[in-house]
Design a protein around this ligand. Structure first.
Ligand SMILES: Cc1cc2nc3c(=O)[nH]c(=O)nc-3n(C[C@H](O)[C@H](O)[C@H](O)COP(=O)(O)OP(=O)(O)OC[C@H]3O[C@@H](n4cnc5c(N)ncnc54)[C@H](O)[C@@H]3O)c2cc1C
Length: 300
């Protein structure tokens, strides 16, 4: 049967769209994307088993930064899982390896509430500035935007509003009236309300420069207030894991001497050679009890 005019004589040998390529196991890489066996050689992109433009670009950025750091005898640069999706991507690749072409999904990150678009600038600009990428001016712009958002959040948390002022707004948004003066932050945490509903009540000129687009600051303040509980919970979890992150495993550590960990854990730890106990805990096949044994061996 001919479906497309002009292709009547076409013979179908095999599918033409295929992704056929080889790759190097990414477990041979450090967090800086330098290969473990060959110093000064950095890998990024499809060669590490990923697919996708963004995945390639993200790794290219980190490998490029680190090639520069290496060349200039500076400390390697990496991002943690609670700092950036790039951190999740690279940590997954080098800790777990990949059997299938790897794509970065938001669901792969455990700190999704911290890794937001509205706070990308606050999370990453200071790190970028520290290694000489972001300019002083860029850092200044970020810091002053942050100060304005913090000022607005502080105002909303400290300022109470009288029922006669807020009830008309609550009514028009189908949410229950208040009977006594209530903090603006508490009102804003109601799902029916957004920052834009409260704007008529806010002395915005105190927080936002005239003529500036206010939307970013308003959005950041709104998210921080509405999701404060979730954000704090994730920050606490990230801090807890930080404890394991600070326990370094010496280079070339010999796991064969530790009999009380599982055989699978011993093999995986030997193969991947994690740098910290936190990284070790993320390797599939390494159980919490294996980590407890390692903690004892590290003198903790
Ligand atoms: C048909 C197709 C459709 C796709 N569609 C999408 C999409 O819609 N969205 C998406 O996000 N991703 C898509 N991808 C995946 C995406 O294109 C790749 O994952 C990404 O481009 C990989 O980037 P890279 O830099 O790692 O590799 P590449 O882009 O392949 O770059 C490698 C470069 O190295 C060069 N090179 C190789 N050997 C040598 C050598 N010996 N010396 C010098 N240079 C050499 C090559 O010429 C090439 O320029 C698609 C891929 C394919 C094949």
């Amino acid at each position: 049967m001919t479906a497309v005019k002009g292709f009547e004589k076409v013979k179908f040998f095999r599918p033409g769209y295929a992704i056929e390529y080889d790759y190097f196991p990414p477990t041979q890489l450090k967090h800086s994307l330098e290969t473990k066996p060959i110093k000064g050689l950095f890998f990024a992109g499809q060669i590490n088993g990923t697919t996708g433009y963004e995945e390639a670009a993200a790794q290219g950025l980190i490998a490029g930064i680190n090639a520069h750091q290496y060349h200039n005898e500076k400390a390697p640069f990496s991002l943690r899982r609670d700092q950036a999706y790039i951190g999740v991507l690279i940590d997954d690749l080098i800790t777990k390896g990949t059997e299938e072409p790897y794509r970065m999904f938001t669901s792969r990150a455990e700190y999704r509430t911290l890794l937001r678009q509205d706070n990308a600038d606050t999370r990453l600009t200071p790190l970028s500035h520290k290694i000489g990428l972001a300019t002083d001016e860029r850092l200044r712009v970020m810091e002053s935007a942050q100060e304005r958002a913090d000022g607005l959040i502080d105002f909303l948390r400290k300022t109470s509003i009288q029922p006669d002022q807020i009830n008309p707004i609550l009514n028009s948004n189908d949410t229950a009236e208040v009977k006594q003066s209530t903090k603006l932050a508490k009102i804003l945490s109601r799902p029916q309300l957004t920052m834009n509903d409260l704007i008529p009540l806010l002395p915005l000129a105190n927080f936002l420069e005239v003529n500036e687009s206010h939307q970013d600051t308003l959005e950041q303040a709104e998210i921080q207030i509405k999701y404060a509980g979730y954000i704090e919970k994730e920050e606490a979890q990230a801090k807890k894991l930080d404890r394991l992150e600070s326990i370094k495993i010496p280079d070339g550590f010999d796991y064969n001497n530790i009999q009380s960990i599982s055989t699978e854990a011993r093999q995986k730890l030997t193969e991947i050679q994690p740098k910290t106990l936190s990284q070790a805990s993320r390797i599939s096949g390494v159980s919490p009890s294996d980590i407890s044994v390692l903690l004892v061996h590290m003198g903790r």
